[in-house]
Design a protein around this ligand. Sequence first.
Ligand code: SF4
Ligand code: SF4
Length: 334
Amino acid sequence: MGRLNKSSFPSPELSFQYRERPRSGNEINGLGEAVVRRAVPIFHGSGARKLEWQHLETFFALINPWRVYWLNIVNRWMLRNADGPIAERQEINADPRAMSTEIKQTGCSLGAGKIGITKLSEHALYEGKTPDYKNAIVILYPMDPDEMAHITQPRAGLETMRAYNEISRVTIALAAHIRDKGWRARAYCEAADLLHIPLAIDAGLGQLGKHGSLICAEFGSSMRIATILTDLPMEEDQPLDLGVEDLCAGCRRCTIDCPVDAISDEKQLVRGIEKWYVDFDRCAPYFTATVGCGICIEVCPWTIPGRGPSLSAQLLKKRDKKDLRNMETVRSAD
Ligand code: SF4
Ligand code: SF4
């Protein structure tokens, strides 16, 4: 991709080391487990409960540059308004599609990059969490590609935190807008709140990449994700196919470039589902030592600004041609 200077990637030897290593994060995540169950938060907690890898989280907080640390405090302060009072008069719109459109337009005018709507599903909930809402509004906020090209340097960390602040601002404001209509709505802007990626996939915003992150056509994987849970009736979006699977099947860019070999070329069984999985025990210490790593995201072809839509069109066209050839082969064999 030519945007990164690989020689500047910090050495894997820099990784944080535990004197007494906690239980494997892969085991906590349910790697190799055949039974479907909810996930358990390990890292990037909300402070609500003690994480098994809490020391790594604390170390991460302590080594952040003070400007990132400050933005993190600002974010926590904003999140006190994640929920709030609900208007007494409930606005009823008989047309759920019109309501979806209005919510998306309002969110985008507040600064969201893209918005999708889906039902709140079981696979997005952490163990022990039972938010009592019907619908999920998933919000994407893109990060600045010029800043993220400095990944593993503090400049990229600062941009990541700026994007966190922005998505919190947008999500909190949109949730307040829904409460003004007389419907319950709560903003969830942290990783430990919900599993945002499965919701984003259900809401038609993108697909899971081999590097374990969401890939969307517009921003690749260079974005933040937040969610509003609400009872507001809206039309749901449907999952989409960008051709991500087709490219990941042959591409090894993130696998090769990950300094600690955390990305596998094979899908793995995780809590009863075959999927792309990043080795937590390898990734998390390096991610922490580099204050956010993200090399796998930055090197991914989908993250090249403006590339996603044409890449998707090319991949789907190639697949159609292949399907046609296969059908012709079957017909000629009959
Ligand atoms: S963030 Fe990506 S590139 Fe960095 S260590 Fe984790 S998997 Fe590897
Ligand atoms: S770098 Fe390649 S293999 Fe990795 S997620 Fe992106 S497209 Fe898939």
